[in-house]
Design a binder for this molecule. Structure first.
Ligand SMILES: Cc1cc2nc3c(=O)[nH]c(=O)nc-3n(C[C@H](O)[C@H](O)[C@H](O)COP(=O)(O)OP(=O)(O)OC[C@H]3O[C@@H](n4cnc5c(N)ncnc54)[C@H](O)[C@@H]3O)c2cc1C
Length: 548
């Protein structure tokens, strides 16, 4: 159980596979390869899962919108993959009831939607058999009357409304912890994994790539990491890395970026997610000529997204602009009434990048083709030993990893198992007997620990016996507790206050919890990380700067 950060181990071993990038794509690749028996290294220049993988709507999409594009295989693929995520990490996923309202006199009205949903349900027949726990299948959908929709979605105008449809999507409590759960799965299966290790350049032997020169950005130490195959899974930064080999414009990889913003607001609906039509252009089955915006109930708030804009300039430090937030507020107020939201209702906001390829549709209306790619630069460009793996959706990251490792395995001499990730659970997945003994911690705290840590929950709770102060709640109703900070440092490689505040817990993703709370968390981390008062203060300052 647990992960220790040991950058020196990256240099010591001869790895079969080195993966650059610890987002969900790199994490799934590492878990897949390690469970086949390969010796794996995974490096992430910042913190695991902190870039695009933290900026999503956190949906494990069933893929209904691919029906509009008549991509039935893609819809079935996404629907199946969300079930594998459920097998792998049942504690981090749950089914969310989703309402899609329909309107009179438009091509994409009730009959089209009903037919689409029936077709979709037909495509998904038999998929429940893929679940380790078949009792947890996708709940059935149903048609909704006008009265149903107006009761479920406060503020929606009855004008032109003809009813709607209810279906269920899989949602993640914490997508950052989902990524981390795969990283842990890789580590438990022998992978050397480290955050805050940046790949700077490729190591070459003739044309062949044989590893990377890297930097441990915590110590400043240079590292030479050798591997028989290197995989570039650096998401939006794939192109920057490959350009060092003259590979920037080769293949279909990344020709531009579109950015997507989300905001977290006061709760607007009571338990139901909704896809609301907007006046913006789109390519989707769920709207009435315009793109739709989602309101998703999330941790007692509403998670609202996505606004799309073309992106120019640096790829770092993405934070939503006032215009992006204004777009989202405008969309919501147009659909639910002028006074529904003001900027003061926005608790937190974040943005991420969709890398676009030459074949993608216009970035102004980007809805994503969800086409992942695996490029073998040995076969395509005469640079053996290097693959690029380009993820397009969180939902299909496991499948992408399976396909990529299927292609890479024959290049590596050795006896490798077939892909193991379809019917297994990650180490943190809870099993039937897992529970926290009554009285160890309070009931709400036990509930949060079981969701966040699954099979490790009892071990996390046991930290409280060391120091009862660790049962203190961090911020109000954010699901974060003192034990989280200590566990994050000891067992989950948290190096900075931001790692705990934004990724190991959801303390910061519901908005600024206040300087006092941040200082208390930094002080909990300080003992294990050897921080002095000045370091505590600088960590608090850096974290405060992340909030508007
Ligand atoms: C607004 C938005 C909403 C979305 N919503 C959904 C959704 O609801 N459902 C869904 O399925 N998908 C969704 N997606 C898509 C999904 O989030 C992405 O496809 C996925 O997160 C990509 O993961 P990745 O690992 O490929 O990239 P990233 O998460 O960006 O990971 C790449 C990593 O590489 C690291 N890196 C870069 N350079 C180096 C280097 N030199 N050395 C070491 N490491 C390096 C980066 O720090 C980064 O952590 C959404 C995307 C966006 C932008």
């Amino acid at each position: 159980m647990g992960m220790k950060r040991r950058p020196e181990a990256l240099e010591a071993a001869e790895h079969d596979l080195l993966i650059i990038g610890g987002g969900i794509t790199g994490a799934c690749l590492a878990f897949d390869a390690a469970t086949r028996g390969m010796k794996v290294a995974l490096i992430e220049r910042d913190d695991f899962g902190g870039a695009t993988s933290a900026s999503s709507s956190k949906l494990l999409h069933g893929g209904i919108r691919y029906l509009q594009q008549l991509r039935f295989g893609k819809a079935r693929e996404s629907a199946r993959e969300r079930l594998f995520f459920q097998n792998l990490a049942p504690h981090l996923t749950y089914y969310l009831p989703f309402v899609v309202p329909t309107f009179r006199g438009l091509a994409r009205g009730k009959p089209v939607l009903t037919a689409g949903m029936v077709l979709y349900e037909t495509l998904c027949i038999g998929q429940t058999d893929l679940l380790l726990d078949r009792a947890q299948g996708v709940p059935p959908g149903r048609g909704l009357s006008v009265e149903d929709v107006t009761a479920m979605i406060p503020g929606i105008s009855g004008d032109g409304l003809t009813g709607g449809r209810l279906f269920h999507e899989s949602h993640m409590v914490n997508s950052e912890r989902m990524t981390l759960a795969f990283v842990e799965g890789a580590a438990v299966n022998g992978a050397d994994v480290a955050n805050y290790v940046r790949a700077d350049d490729f190591l070459r032997q003739g044309e062949r790539v044989v590893g990377v020169k890297a930097t441990d950005t915590e110590s400043g130490q240079g590292l030479i990491i050798r591997a028989r195959v290197v995989v570039n899974a650096a998401g939006p930064w794939i192109r920057t890395l490959n350009e060092q080999l003259g590979l920037g414009s080769v293949g279909r990889v990344v020709t531009g970026f579109s950015r997507g913003a989300h905001m977290v607001t006061k709760p607007l609906t009571d338990g139901y997610a909704v896809a609301l039509p907007t006046k913006r252009r789109a390519e989707s089955v769920l709207d009435r000529g315009g793109r739709h915006v989602f309101i998703i109930p999330w941790r007692g708030h509403s998670l609202i997204g996505t606004s799309y804009r073309p992106h120019e300039g640096p790829l770092e430090n993405m934070s939503p602009t006032p215009d992006e937030i204004g777009d989202l507020i405008g969309d919501i107020n147009a659909a639910l009434g002028d006074d529904t939201l003001t900027p003061a209702d926005v608790r937190y906001a974040f943005a991420g990048l969709y890398p676009l390829t030459a074949e993608e549709i216009d970035s102004r209306v980007y809805q994503g083709s969800a086409d992942y790619q695996v490029l073998d630069h040995g076969a395509d460009d005469g640079i053996p030993g290097l693959f690029t793996v380009f993820g397009a959706k969180f939902t299909t990251a496991r499948l992408l990893a399976e396909r990529a490792i299927d292609r890479i395995a024959p290049k590596l001499e050795g006896e490798w198992r077939d892909c193991q990730t379809r019917g297994v659970a990650l180490p943190s997945a809870p099993s039937a007997g897992d529970r926290i003994e009554a009285g160890v911690v309070s009931e709400p705290m036990a509930g949060d620990l079981l969701v966040n840590y699954g099979s490790h929950a009892a071990a996390v709770a046991s930290l409280a016996s060391e120091d009862t102060a660790l049962t203190a709640e961090l911020g109000a109703n954010r699901g974060a507790w003192g034990v989280d900070a200590v566990w994050a440092v000891r067992e989950e490689m948290a190096q900075h206050l931001e790692d705990v505040v934004f990724r190991r817990t959801g303390l910061g993703t519901l908005g600024n919890p206040g300087e006092e709370v941040l200082r208390a968390v930094a002080e909990l981390m300080a003992a294990d990380l050897g921080w002095d008062a000045a370091k505590v203060a600088s960590e608090v300052k850096a974290t405060l700067e992340r909030f508007p």
